[in-house]
Design a protein around this ligand. Structure first.
Ligand SMILES: C[S@@+](CC[C@H](N)C(=O)[O-])C[C@H]1O[C@@H](n2cnc3c(N)ncnc32)[C@H](O)[C@@H]1O
Length: 218
């Protein structure tokens, strides 16, 4: 599965995606995240949305220390790794084929004394959600996970399951197509959604969504 039609080296902006690793400095740590486009495609490269999400988390506007977080569609795991380094207990999730790669990146980048605060788990949106506590997270993180229209209902169902009224969802999005905005409209039917950050160089928006409590009939 590819996110965009892709021929190696044809688009200079995408060439960084087939480097075997990408390096960053976040949360006072030097991170080297392995990439493997050829084997795993979109799940094994760091997308700009993940980088901007990490920049946003570093700003400190969202409390991470001691918080219980889950990352959806984590890919290489960069966002979850940075959230753990900033003090959260994080469940980092993706579909089954991405998990070994993800686990290796976590192991390589999270110091031994923080490893216990990170769990890597399979979560395919909409499937077997009962394995995750309903409304059990302070924070749900997702970078560049709004792009496949077929997955929108399942993604929404997943967010509804994971969130209580006290959960903050942070979605870092590149709005490539009209359908991406359509997902935000779907989200607005169940969540209060606001843009909290925009990075113009990479054209990435960060939205915060909080579940609205359904009105009870009187
Ligand atoms: C564009 S990549 C973003 C990866 C990473 N978050 C980043 O920004 O670098 C989209 C991710 O969503 C995951 N994904 C796509 N469909 C999914 C589904 N139905 N359930 C769970 N994860 C899914 C892919 O495996 C991939 O890791």
């Amino acid at each position: 599965m590819s996110l965009v039609p892709y021929v190696e080296n044809s688009i200079p902006a995408l060439s960084k995606l087939h480097n075997s690793s990408a390096q960053f400095r976040f949360a006072n740590h030097s991170l080297r995240v392995a990439q493997d486009w050829r084997q795993l495609g979109v799940a094994a490269v760091v997308w700009d949305a993940a980088v901007v999400m990490c920049m946003y988390l570093e700003l400190g506007q969202v409390e991470l220390k001691g918080k219980v977080a889950i990352e959806l569609g984590a890919g290489t795991g960069l966002v979850g790794i940075v959230a753990a380094l900033l003090g959260a207990r994080v469940t980092i999730t993706d579909r089954a084929p991405a998990l070994d790669f993800l686990q290796a990146n976590v192991k390589a980048n999270v110091p031994a004394d923080r490893q216990a605060s990170v769990v890597v788990a399979e979560l395919t949106w909409g499937e077997r959600l009962e394995r995750f506590p309903a409304g059990g997270f302070d924070l749900v993180l997702g970078a560049d996970i709004v792009y496949l229209e077929d997955t929108f209902p399942a993604l929404l169902e997943t967010l509804e399951h994971l969130c209580s009224g006290g959960t903050a969802v942070l979605l870092a999005c590149k709005i490539r197509y009209r359908r991406d905005s359509d997902f935000l409209d779907m989200l607005r039917q169940r969540f209060r959604v606001e843009e909290v950050y925009y990075e113009s160089q990479r054209d990435i928006h960060i939205y915060k969504a909080v579940k609205t409590t359904p009105c009870r009939d009187l």
